[in-house]
Design a protein around this ligand. Structure first.
Ligand SMILES: *[C@@H]1O[C@H](CO)[C@@H](O)[C@H](O)[C@H]1NC(C)=O
Ligand SMILES: *[C@@H]1O[C@H](CO)[C@@H](O)[C@H](O)[C@H]1NC(C)=O
Ligand SMILES: *[C@@H]1O[C@H](CO)[C@@H](O)[C@H](O)[C@H]1NC(C)=O
Ligand SMILES: *[C@@H]1O[C@H](CO)[C@@H](O)[C@H](O)[C@H]1NC(C)=O
Ligand SMILES: *[C@@H]1O[C@H](CO)[C@@H](O)[C@H](O)[C@H]1NC(C)=O
Ligand SMILES: *[C@@H]1O[C@H](CO)[C@@H](O)[C@H](O)[C@H]1NC(C)=O
Ligand SMILES: *[C@@H]1O[C@H](CO)[C@@H](O)[C@H](O)[C@H]1NC(C)=O
Ligand SMILES: *[C@@H]1O[C@H](CO)[C@@H](O)[C@H](O)[C@H]1NC(C)=O
Ligand SMILES: *[C@@H]1O[C@H](CO)[C@@H](O)[C@H](O)[C@H]1NC(C)=O
Ligand SMILES: *[C@@H]1O[C@H](CO)[C@@H](O)[C@H](O)[C@H]1NC(C)=O
Ligand SMILES: *[C@@H]1O[C@H](CO)[C@@H](O)[C@H](O)[C@H]1NC(C)=O
Length: 504
């Protein structure tokens, strides 16, 4: 068995008592991290339509799971039934929207490619309708699930496969072990592998920045040498791939026949830099942008290999846009997004994703989610997952990538009705996953089948809304209304004296 050390263990942090920071509710069993707003321009998302897709992990997270929040910090949906999740996103497949996320055991953070899991595709009822996996003995790694646009029929997936390897050329054992990085393009409908490529076949050990004598990796099957550590895959319209490799600190372009066409960054870069700040370290999430003239990435600036070795090349992690001229073979920086209010490096994870005229940078193991004007690079919005507590950075709470959708593009249709808790005459109502509730109407009546008199209508106030039970008769129910007055759903009937559900 391979050991699965969470980042904080690797960093030597003491495991904290679980459950310090979570928010709980009366009317729902969900337990979530707060989504704490640090800065917000009045111009940013004025109607709170954004839906941020988050999977918090880390030693301070008692209940890992997926969650959706609004720009005002309000929780919209949470579910921890699949446990550990990564890379929560909305993607199109076959003309339909799916919530996609990796679930399984493992952590993205350690100096090894990790994750023995699968990718879930959920419909707008938050129901899993499809699982997608790599064809690989260890299953699917957590780092990438990128549905290839514009066809939206195949997915790019990372995996790793531990194999024996002679590591003596870099000072390791002759009978050593190697974490072979695998990329596959999968036909989502059939599961067939359309492209299969491994680091062992193409990338020399000498390209790695993973110092084997420091990390001690490679000595056993449980602790293989992670030379390359692929963390993203993208495909261009000509059918070539680009991968981001954290441990060789390079982006590789790979032809459909498997040949490496060029390297950007690392020890063997094929590009000449024009101007400053084009270099990157331990980067994540490399994507073609702007008609394939630019690559966006998240430049972590730092990495952890083992408990005592933090490699810090840059004092601050940033989201970057690099202009990549494949004829002149030059690279230059065109956009750089800095964190605020603090600046810091990130030891692992992170993302840079444009949405219209804004860009969202997810700072990974420093769980900040920040939105910027693409044009001016100015910060518009900053939030932290969990409390705003620096002792939780780089270990306590992390979020692999930060993506969003909005209530304009996505409507959640929960399969369960609104849920109610009656406590001491007060009524608490929530509807996990409903995206378009504007208000709740309290209905009452003298018996289970006669609950139809409206007592009051109150605006929805956060994930859970408190309604006074004053003026109610023996039985109550709560209806959820859209802004246009349409009833979207109604709770069961509850008996107010004991709070028990009495029927529908
Ligand atoms: C519904 O609310 C009750 C409390 O009234 C709670 O015990 C239960 O866990 C809730 N169900 C869900 C799915 O959150
Ligand atoms: C594929 O998905 C993208 C959005 O991710 C969408 O713009 C495009 O129209 C989709 N293509 C097809 C063929 O549905
Ligand atoms: C989502 O899938 C579930 C299970 O197949 C199904 O019951 C539900 O109706 C689907 N929801 C939508 C909105 O398609
Ligand atoms: C998908 O995987 C999840 C988690 O491993 C499992 O619970 C579920 O049964 C699978 N669903 C399908 C449709 O294969
Ligand atoms: C992918 O390539 C590797 C290395 O060449 C090979 O061992 C593996 O069987 C291939 N997997 C598939 C599904 O083709
Ligand atoms: C690995 O680290 C050791 C100890 O700091 C150092 O002596 C050695 O030069 C490093 N090796 C490489 C290849 O950087
Ligand atoms: C692989 O494809 C590249 C780009 O299309 C081409 O330049 C190269 O010659 C091909 N190599 C082989 C061995 O076919
Ligand atoms: C590049 O960095 C150097 C050293 O910090 C500085 O002197 C120079 O002005 C910078 N050049 C540009 C184009 O920003
Ligand atoms: C920050 O988190 C630590 C645990 O990591 C806790 O001891 C401390 O009280 C927290 N500080 C605040 C201000 O919440
Ligand atoms: C920067 O990160 C380090 C390591 O996680 C942490 O100790 C420090 O408090 C952070 N600094 C700020 C300003 O957030
Ligand atoms: C009212 O709003 C809901 C939720 O946004 C929407 O589904 C429905 O179509 C609207 N109805 C009318 C009549 O506009």
């Amino acid at each position: 068995m391979r050991s699965l050390l969470p980042l904080a263990t690797v960093l030597g942090l003491v495991l904290r008592a679980h459950g310090l920071f979570e928010t709980t509710f009366h009317s729902s069993s969900v337990v979530v991290q707060p989504f704490t707003i640090l800065e917000r321009s009045p111009l940013y998302d004025p109607h709170d339509t954004n839906l941020f897709l988050i999977c918090p992990n880390g030693v301070a997270v008692a209940q890992p799971g997926a969650a959706i929040y609004k720009s005002n910090g309000e929780l919209v949906w949470a579910d921890s039934k699949f446990g550990n999740c990564y890379d929560f996103n909305v993607q199109m497949y076959n003309g339909q929207q799916y919530l996609t996320m990796w679930v399984g055991a493992g952590s993205a953070a350690v100096g090894q490619q990790m994750g023995f899991g699968t990718v879930l595709m959920m419909n707008s009822s938050y129901q899993v309708v499809m699982n997608v996996s790599a064809v690989n003995p260890e299953g699917t790694d957590l780092h990438e699930f990128n549905i290839v646009k514009p066809e939206n029929k195949t997915a790019l997936i990372t995996a790793f496969h531990t194999i024996p390897m002679d590591l003596s050329s870099i000072g390791g054992p002759v009978d050593g072990w190697y974490s072979n990085g695998v990329i596959q393009e999968i036909d989502i409908a059939t599961g067939a592998v359309l492209f299969n490529w491994t680091t062992f076949d193409h990338i020399s050990l000498l390209e790695s920045y993973n110092n084997i004598s420091l990390t001690g990796q490679g000595s056993s099957e449980a602790n293989p040498f992670d030379a390359v550590h692929i963390n993203s895959i993208d495909k261009d319209r000509e059918g070539n791939y680009i991968i981001s490799a954290r441990h060789s600190q390079a982006i590789y372009k790979i032809a459909a026949n498997g040949t490496i066409l060029w390297r950007l960054g690392g020890k063997m870069s094929d590009f000449t830099a024009i101007g400053n700040d084009t270099e990157f370290h331990f980067q994540h999430h490399a994507r073609w942008r702007m008609d394939e003239t630019h690559i966006s990435l998240y430049d972590d600036g730092a990495a952890v290999f083992i408990s005592t070795v933090n490699v810090i090349d840059e004092p601050v992690a940033t989201g970057k846009y690099l202009k990549v001229d494949q004829e002149k073979m030059t690279v230059s920086l065109t956009k750089r997004f800095f964190p605020s209010p603090n600046r810091n490096y990130t030891l692992a994870e992170g993302s840079t994703e444009p949405y219209g005229d804004t860009v969202i940078v997810g700072y990974g193991s420093v769980p900040w989610l920040e939105a910027y004007s693409f044009e001016t690079e100015k910060l518009l919005f900053s939030a932290v997952i969990g409390p705003n507590n620096a002792s939780l950075w780089n270990g306590g709470v992390s979020n692999y990538r930060a993506f969003k959708t909005s209530t304009v593009e996505f409507t959640g249709h929960p399969t369960q009705p609104p849920n109610v808790s009656v406590t001491g005459g007060d009524i608490y109502v929530s509807w996990n996953g409903a995206t378009h509730v504007a208000s709740y109407t309290l209905l009452t009546g003298p018996s289970v089948d006669k609950v139809s008199k409206a007592v009051t209508n109150v605006p929805k106030s956060g994930f859970e809304t408190k309604i006074s039970g004053e003026g109610s008769q023996d039985f109550i129910s709560v209806a959820a209304l859209a802004a246009n007055g349409t009833t979207l759903g109604q709770s069961a009937v509850y008996k107010i004296s004991d709070g028990n559900a009495a029927g529908y």
